[in-house]
Design a protein around this ligand. Structure first.
Ligand code: BV8
Ligand code: ZN
Length: 249
């Protein structure tokens, strides 16, 4: 990718900034070989999310839904963080960095980031739908059919948030806190159409943050972003880090 020239206003904001929020979606993991949901070869093109990523689908056909997640976990296990995930870790040298991700692939954690909220849960965790006992995905790695809980024999499901399910734990309220505190909110690799997650960049904007979109194409958020940088996040984020390094020393 050619060397990017960034907008002067962005460089000024970056120089003054202390706290960054990275709000990420499936696009940041595309260069790690993980299919996005709505792109040209997206997961939802071939499969219907309603048929797979929701509780009723799971109860109707637990083996099919379990098998789909086992297939996705195999892809995640074979993937690794790319230069975009790694650049976000590097920003911690000069800024307080928060991540609010819609991704369930655990790649931000594997890259070494620490302040992460997983709005849609994580594919590497499972729990029993009856007694809520957690199971790590590695211990169930070879289960072709939906496994049953060793404590109560209940069905075990992936710990991801399905359509029609409320977000769990403090992920959303913590992400709102990040959004209110950040000076710049980078919106990376998301179509920004899934709610309530998509409220996070809007909250950041309402609280005065500078909104920078990084995507290979315009999205629902482009009209409200302060700055859209079109291209691959794995190529753009390292260049923004290099810019920050020159500004911050
Ligand atoms: C909720 C599961 C309250 C995990 C996912 C009717 C009934 C019930 C709810 C609703 C309803 N109508 C609407 C709703 C709300 C619904 C919703 O928002 N639907 C949308 C689709 C309209 N939301 C919910 O249901 C949420 N819960 O509302 O609870 C409630 C409860 C009961 C009743 C009513 C309300 C739960 C939402 C979570 C759903 N779970 N996945 C899994 O299996 O993965 S959603 C799925 O979409 C993923 O989790 C993903 O994270 C999320 C967002 O997608 P993106 O990450 O943005 O990915 P996408 O492919 O779309 O875009 C990728 C982008 O990257 C593209 O722009 C592309 O250009 C770009 N890109 C590609 N390559 C690169 C790149 N960019 C940079 N570099 C590259 N190299
Ligand atoms: Zn159980």
């Amino acid at each position: 990718m050619e060397k990017l020239e960034f907008k002067k206003e962005f460089a000024e904001r970056l120089k003054k900034a202390d706290t960054l929020l990275f709000f990420t979606g499936a696009g940041i993991s595309a260069e790690s070989g993980i299919a996005t949901f709505r792109g040209k070869d997206g997961l939802w093109n071939k499969l219907k999310p309603e048929e797979l990523a929701n509780f009723n689908a799971f109860m109707k056909n637990p083996d099919m839904v379990w098998e789909w997640y086992q297939y996705r976990r195999q892809i995640v296990d074979e993937s690794k963080p790319n230069n975009g995930h790694k650049a976000i870790v590097d920003f911690e040298k000069f800024f307080k960095v928060y991540i609010s991700t819609q991704n369930v692939d655990n790649l931000h954690a594997r890259a070494g980031s620490t302040k992460i909220e997983e709005l849609h849960g994580s594919i590497v965790r499972n729990f029993c739908i009856d007694c809520k006992t957690f199971y790590n995905h590695q211990e169930l790695k070879f289960e072709k059919k939906v496994p049953h809980c060793e404590k109560c024999n209940g069905l075990i499901r992936p710990d991801v948030v399905w359509f029609g399910e409320n977000l769990r734990g403090d992920a959303f309220p913590n992400s709102e806190k990040f959004a209110k505190e950040c000076d710049i909110c980078f919106v990376v690799g998301t179509s920004a159409i899934v709610y309530p997650a998509a409220y996070i960049p809007q909250t950041a904007k309402n609280y005065g943050a500078y909104i920078v979109e990084i995507n290979i194409e315009p999205t629902e958020l482009t009209y409200s972003a302060d700055y859209s940088i079109f291209g691959k996040s794995g190529e753009i984020l390292p260049q923004i880090f290099n810019l920050a390094a020159t500004l911050k020393i």
